[in-house]
Design a protein around this ligand. Structure first.
Ligand code: HEC
Length: 205
């Protein structure tokens, strides 16, 4: 094996399958980087974890939400369901606008409730059975608040729409009552209730 002069005293006295090793030291700049990162980690831990001077990620999140609410108002404050008179429009233009929202890539209702409201991941919206109520304000509240735990975000996708647009969706849902679309999803009878009275009640059920 050929060695340079300055390598002779660095050669370590072990050998594995003919492979030998030089005892080269880490470069100084690398060592300093290493020491610096250790010192930084200690400082970081003291600052955020031990002394609690810096905000944790949860505190930072709360601060950001508070700041955003101060600037834009909280969504519930902006358009409370109670402060609006929810009715059902039978106007063709409103129903068509509601259908367009239902099928839109911004609200994505159809992805969970089916192209005809027959239900998929979400419940069938054409039958007389409702989990969260069948009054126009109940449907509006279902849409505005969503059911996060079951996967439905506020406004379907989290993309906010105006109360007028929610009203159009409610009108569209009212218009598909009793249509018995193909592939209608079975109701969850442990939770669903027939729509007793109200504009969405279906007389033949
Ligand atoms: C990611 C899937 C998903 C999307 C998108 C979605 N939903 Fe839902 N929706 C659900 C689920 C799941 C439920 C049932 C919640 C429960 O079990 O409590 C539900 C419930 C509802 C209800 C209440 C039904 C009842 O029986 O009381 C209405 C009304 C509704 N959705 C309308 C809409 C509209 C309108 C849109 C679009 C703006 C939409 N949903 C988008 C999954 C979705």
């Amino acid at each position: 094996m050929k060695l340079f002069d300055d390598e002779k005293d660095k050669l370590m006295d072990h050998e594995y399958d003919g492979i030998r090793e030089l005892d080269n030291h880490m470069p100084t700049w690398w060592l300093w980087l290493f020491y610096f990162s250790i010192a930084f980690a200690v400082g970081y831990m003291l600052y955020y974890q031990v002394l609690g001077w810096g905000p944790t990620q949860h505190e930072e999140y709360e601060m950001a939400v508070t700041a955003a609410e101060a600037k834009f108002g909280s969504p519930e404050e902006a358009d409370p369901v109670e402060d609006y008179t929810w009715t059902i429009s039978e106007d063709e233009a409103d129903i068509a606008a509601g259908k367009e929202l239902f099928m839109s890539s911004s609200q994505i209702c159809f992805t969970c409730h089916g192209n005809n409201g027959q239900g998929m991941v979400g419940p069938n919206l054409t039958d007389n059975l409702w989990i969260h109520g069948c009054q126009p304000e109940d449907i509006a509240s279902s849409i505005i608040n969503g059911f996060q735990e079951q996967g439905m975000l506020a406004y379907g996708s989290g993309a906010k729409i105006s109360n007028e647009e929610v009203q159009q969706l409610v009108s569209y849902i009212a218009s598909i009552q009793g249509t018995e679309p193909d592939g209608a999803k079975e109701p969850d009878m442990s939770r669903a209730q027939p729509c007793g009275e109200g504009p969405l009640a279906q007389s033949d059920l």
